[in-house]
Ligand binder design. Structure first.
Ligand code: FE2
Ligand code: FE2
Length: 180
């Protein structure tokens, strides 16, 4: 099943950024705000890669294809995933505000909430939603979805993907001391 493997691969990259966020939350909890430029880089990654690119791909390619299947007809799982995408967007805004007010407790709260929501969301997609997808869609539909996802990849600004991943790698070294 190629289209789910495509999204799982992106989840691995997003989870690396989530671990940086957990580390930043721990520092803030101890009263030390992380460097503002680092937080902006991480927020930029979550917006450009996690949301616009990855969740955009789910919302414009995968979910519409599921709406006509048994997964989409009950609407429960898709509605829940869309709700969580919106929840992540609000938490990113909350974290941006906490960064500007420079209040470590608020920053620790929003960064931990966002990291929890993102990691749970990815767990549910990898282990529940994508299992349903693999049981539901035909091999032919899968091939078409994979082509549509590759089209989204090609629409990304040249070099942006590598630049965003490089940012995550730099932050992993600085906040975790190793690269996943
Ligand atoms: Fe998602
Ligand atoms: Fe996802």
């Amino acid at each position: 099943m190629r289209c789910t493997a495509h999204l799982i691969q992106e989840h691995r990259i997003i989870l690396r950024a989530v671990f940086v966020l957990f580390a930043m939350a721990d520092r803030a909890k101890e009263g030390a705000m992380p460097d503002a430029n680092d937080v902006e880089s991480l927020l930029n990654f979550f917006r450009r890669f996690g949301d616009e690119h990855h969740q955009g791909k789910e919302e414009t390619v995968l979910f519409p294809a599921l709406r006509n299947t048994d997964v989409g007809k009950t609407n429960g799982p898709l509605r829940q995933m869309m709700f969580e995408h919106d929840q992540e967007r609000s938490l990113i805004e909350g974290l941006e505000n906490a960064l500007h007010t420079k209040h470590p407790d608020d920053f620790a709260y929003y960064s931990r909430r966002l990291a929890d929501v993102l990691s749970n969301h990815i767990y549910k997609e990898d282990n529940i939603l994508f299992d349903l997808v693999e049981k539901t869609i035909t091999r032919e539909d899968d091939g078409r979805l994979e082509l549509d996802m590759e089209k989204v990849d090609r629409s990304m600004a040249p070099g942006l993907h590598d630049e965003l991943v490089r940012d995550v790698t730099r932050l992993e070294w600085k906040y975790i001391g190793k690269v996943a």
